[in-house]
Design a protein around this ligand. Structure first.
Ligand SMILES: [Zn+2]
Length: 317
C-alpha cells in the first residue's frame, strides 16, 4: 500500500452533529410550547423554499431571528418546533417564496440557498444542522398539504411533525429518503463519476436512492453496476449525513469492486473512471495539475474519498 498522505486537519461534515435536543415528547404539550415561544431566548430560522434568510453581518451572518422579527419578514406558512438549545426553543418558520426578492433588496438581509451557506461558511457551523432540519421539514409540508389517501386538505399537528387528515383520519409523517453514496475500490484505485450538472473538474462518488425492499448493501451494488457496470462484493458502512436537498439521508459506504471494466450509463453520468490514491489525494488537496477536484468538505463524498486515500482498503472491514 502507498504511504499515508498528509491531508491536513479533518474538516467537519456539514448538517451533522446537531446540538439540538429534539424534545419530541413535548411536541403535543401546548402550554410548554406557548411558554417557549413567549421566552425572549426563543429563536427561529426563516426558510423560503430553497432559500434561507440571514441577518447580514460582517463576514459571518446570523440566521437566528426572534419570533417577532420573523413576523416582519412577510407572509408565513408553517411553524415547526425543532427542539431546544440550553432550554431555549428553536423553531423553523416557512415564508412564502414571494418574500425572497423584496428581502434580497434590503441590505439588512442575506437571502441565499443552504448549499452556498455551508460551502462558503456564511453562518456559524452549529447553525447548519437545525437549518437543515427546518428546511427539510418545511419542504415536506409545502409538498404534502393534501392527504395522499383521500385528497382532502390535511392539517399540521405535533408541532409540525405530523399531518392529519380530518376526512379519512389518515396520519402522515415527514419523510427522509435514504440515498446510498459509495466509493468502489479496486486495490489502489477508486471509482469516481461526473454528473452533467457538476461544476467543471469535479468528480465524486456514485450515488442513488435506496429502493423499496432493498438493503443498503444491495442498493450500493445495484447503483454501481447500473451507473458504471462495475460489480461489487463487500460493502462497508462509513457514516451518514442529513442532506436537506430536499430531504435525504446520505448513507456513505465503501465497496469492494469485483470487476474493472467500466460501462457508463450516460443517462446518469457524463463520465466515470478509476483514480489512483495519489491523484485522489491531489484532488482532495485542490492541487491537481489539471484542476480536477472532489466535492468540498461539507459533503460526505469528500470524507468517503479521504478515508480511502488515508487508510487504503482497510476501509473495507
Ligand atoms: Zn384523507
Amino acid at each position: 500500500m502507498s504511504p499515508r498522505p498528509d491531508l491536513g486537519p479533518k474538516p467537519k461534515l456539514a448538517y451533522a452533529a446537531s446540538q439540538i435536543e429534539r424534545a419530541s415528547e413535548r411536541r403535543t404539550d401546548e402550554a410548554f410550547l406557548r411558554a417557549l415561544m413567549a421566552d425572549a431566548r426563543a429563536g427561529a430560522y426563516a426558510v423560503a423554499g430553497e432559500m434561507v434568510v440571514l441577518k447580514a453581518g460582517d463576514g459571518i451572518h446570523d440566521p437566528l431571528f426572534r419570533l417577532d422579527e420573523v413576523a416582519g419578514l412577510g407572509t408565513q406558512t408553517e411553524t415547526v418546533f425543532l427542539g431546544l438549545i440550553d432550554g431555549a426553543g428553536r423553531f423553523g418558520i416557512g415564508l412564502d417564496p414571494g418574500v425572497v426578492e423584496p428581502l434580497k433588496a434590503q441590505n439588512r438581509f442575506v437571502v441565499t440557498d443552504l448549499r452556498s451557506i455551508a460551502v462558503q461558511g456564511l453562518v456559524a457551523q452549529d447553525h447548519l444542522p437545525p437549518i437543515a432540519e427546518a428546511k427539510a421539514l418545511l419542504h415536506w409540508h409545502a409538498r404534502h398539504r393534501f392527504c395522499a389517501n383521500c385528497g382532502a386538505p390535511s392539517r399540521v399537528v405535533e408541532s409540525g411533525w405530523r399531518r392529519d387528515c380530518p376526512a379519512c383520519k389518515a396520519q402522515h409523517f415527514p419523510r427522509t429518503d435514504p440515498v446510498v453514496i459509495m466509493l468502489a475500490i479496486d486495490g489502489e484505485r477508486c471509482l469516481l463519476g461526473r454528473q452533467t450538472r457538476f461544476v467543471t473538474g469535479m468528480w465524486s462518488c456514485l450515488a442513488g436512492f435506496v429502493e423499496p425492499g432493498e438493503t443498503i448493501e444491495e442498493a450500493v451494488r445495484r447503483e454501481t453496476r447500473e451507473e458504471a457496470g462495475i460489480a461489487c462484493g463487500r460493502v462497508s458502512y462509513f457514516a451518514t449525513q442529513p442532506w436537506p436537498f430536499p430531504m435525504s439521508l446520505m448513507i456513505g459506504c465503501h465497496a469492494e469492486a469485483l470487476s474493472s471494466e467500466i460501462t457508463i450509463d450516460r443517462s446518469e453520468l457524463e463520465d466515470a473512471r478509476w483514480f489512483d490514491r495519489e491523484e485522489a489525494a491531489l484532488m482532495l488537496l485542490r492541487r491537481h495539475p489539471e484542476r480536477r477536484g472532489t466535492p468540498p468538505p461539507v459533503a460526505i463524498a469528500y470524507h468517503i474519498i479521504r478515508a480511502w486515500v488515508e487508510d487504503g482498503d482497510r476501509v473495507l472491514r
